[in-house]
Design a protein around this ligand. Structure first.
Ligand code: FAD
Length: 426
């Protein structure tokens, strides 16, 4: 915070502790006692960390990549996958969503950086056991889960965005693995990352049949190099242009070869989009917890601003209703995903209902979060746009929600294809 504008009493009332308090009061009806205990433990860890970094000042100043080892030590980087070396952690989609929600209220940009590392973790966790020698990938997985290393995921290229499958980064087989050449871009974390989980093709005329996925380490003699690109909305997240110049990936680090990369690309999209939807929902909760508290403290024309209908009803109550609805929908979807994902795993993407539903959630919550956070921010008047609270952080992440993980048009294209399949099947 550059200069303190608000009184201590008002600032303290919008502390992380209070944000968690408001969120807990709301989530009481959705969560079991076990869930609450689980969330409580993570909230306490975040509250300790909040104090250690000095509150809002720490969020504005500190390089959040320094927090990875802290998060890793406490099993806070992901709860989606089994840890090969730990049995003391709750695992599953619901545990993952609740972990993400708790961390996101603490720091949404940190949550985005962790999310990008998790996109590298997921394919390694799902496929390392298939390798003849699983040890190198297993070690990468452990280092990533422990926050000792950071990953990024390389799909998008300067000339291939929405049309991601038709990629141009070339892979070439050599005796002991593959060699990559080409450029990826918008690679979240890549300037800070130790490894890139990257896709490439042997033949650009047949990307589906020849796609590979492998792990490239930056510190290998022929690893990758990066240049940071500027994305002002998320100024603390390092997003890069990532260059592969004869980058060597040894066989042990190839996760999928000869077209298997294409299957893995699709396998990763449902958890990625559910993760983005979860993030969107929690960014809205972040903004709501701050704006709702402020509306009960700030008075104008002799009344709490909550009592002015234009604030209390037209903004806070209206968006509270929408927020509860999407929160419930996502909780239900993650329960269904945990129950049924294995039965539906073999289906082609157009027939797997989770593919379209994850796209629906991602697309809808992205637009809603952008609109809602803007409204909540401005329900606070000038205070909403200052650096006194985390509101600008929530607003920044809501600006990139539309484009990360595929734009609205791509999600709607998937939705329209699914309608066609559904009608044929009915
Ligand atoms: C902050 C940020 C972080 C990111 N992180 C990563 C990452 O970690 N790893 C990674 O690989 N990528 C990442 N991306 C890339 C992201 O997935 C792409 O930006 C996104 O898929 C869109 O691609 P594009 O930017 O090339 O837009 P384009 O594909 O060029 O799209 C431009 C416009 O055309 C529209 N359009 C394109 N095709 C169609 C169509 N068939 N029908 C209708 N409309 C269409 C789009 O909706 C959009 O409005 C990130 C991007 C951002 C901004």
């Amino acid at each position: 915070m550059r200069t303190q504008l608000l009184e201590d009493e008002i600032l303290n009332a919008m502390s992380l502790q209070k944000q968690y308090g408001v969120w807990n009061a709301n989530m009481m009806m959705f969560l079991s006692d076990e869930d609450k205990e689980y969330v409580d433990k993570i909230q306490n860890l975040c509250l300790e960390q909040e104090e250690k970094i000095g509150g809002i000042h720490g969020h504005n100043k500190t390089d959040h990549y320094e927090w990875f080892p802290w998060a890793g030590k406490h099993g806070l980087i992901t709860r989606q996958n089994e840890y090969p070396h730990r049995k003391d952690l709750e695992i599953g989609s619901k545990a993952e969503i609740l972990r993400q929600w708790t961390l996101d209220l603490f720091d949404p940009q940190f949550n985005i950086s962790m999310g990008a590392s998790v996109l590298g973790i997921n394919p390694i966790a799902h496929h390392y056991k298939e390798k003849e020698n699983p040890e190198p990938l297993k070690q990468d997985l452990i280092d990533l889960l422990d926050g000792k290393k950071i990953a990024c995921i390389g799909i998008t290229e300067p000339k291939r965005g929405s049309d991601a499958v038709n990629m141009t980064v070339k892979a070439e087989k050599v005796d002991d693995g593959v060699v990559l050449n080409g450029i990826k871009c918008y690679t979240t974390n890549s300037p800070k990352a130790d490894m890139c989980v990257v896709y490439a093709v042997y033949n650009t005329e047949d990307p589906r049949g020849t796609m590979i996925q492998g792990v490239s380490h930056k510190d290998w003699e022929r690893g990758f190099r990066t240049e940071r690109i500027g994305i002002p909305s998320v100024s603390k997240v390092h997003i890069g242009k990532t260059f592969f110049e004869n980058a060597h990936i040894p066989t042990d680090y190839l996760i999928g070869d000869d077209g298997k990369g294409y299957e893995i690309l699709f396998e990763g999209l449902v958890p990625e989009r559910l993760g983005i939807a979860a993030g969107n929902i929690e960014h809205m909760w972040g903004a709501f917890t701050i704006a709702s508290v402020y509306s009960t403290l700030r008075k104008q024309f002799g009344e709490k601003i909550l009592r002015h209908q234009a604030v209390g009803m037209s903004v806070l109550a209206k968006y509270h209703a929408r927020l509860n609805s999407v929160t419930l929908a996502l909780l239900k979807l993650t329960e269904a995903f945990d129950e049924k994902k294995d039965d539906l795993a073999g289906l082609p993407p157009t027939m797997n209902p989770f593919v379209a539903t994850a796209s629906h959630m991602k697309e809808y919550t992205s637009q809603l979060s952008h609109e809602m956070i803007y409204e909540l921010m401005h329900s606070m008047g000038g205070t909403g746009v200052t650096d006194q609270t985390k509101m600008p952080h929530y607003q920044g992440v809501s600006e990139i929600a539309e484009v990360i993980g595929g734009t609205r048009n791509v999600q709607l294209l998937i939705g329209s294809r699914t309608i066609n399949t559904m009608i044929k099947m009915s």
